[in-house]
Design a protein around this ligand. Structure first.
Ligand SMILES: [Zn+2]
Length: 72
């Protein structure tokens, strides 16, 4: 968990959720949505977003995910 909270529902955010939000919405973002809210925003499912996070971790192609690995 990080010190950040979801902009919409106030849920505590993980580093992965922040990284995914930055990846999908804006790298310059300073406020973020949790997976559930982001899924609603993107017309995706939470499962789909979790799969995406796993994909980025596995491939290591996105530096955002490495950066937030330890949480902040
Ligand atoms: Zn939320």
């Amino acid at each position: 968990m990080t010190r950040h909270h979801c902009l919409r529902c106030g849920a505590p955010l993980t580093g992965d959720e922040i990284a995914l939000y930055k990846k999908m919405i804006s790298r310059a973002a300073e406020a973020y949505l949790c997976l559930d809210c982001l899924a609603g925003e993107c017309s995706a499912t939470r499962e789909k977003l979790e799969a995406l996070i796993a994909f980025y971790h596995r491939t290591g192609i996105c530096t955002l995910f490495a950066k937030y690995e330890d949480g902040e």
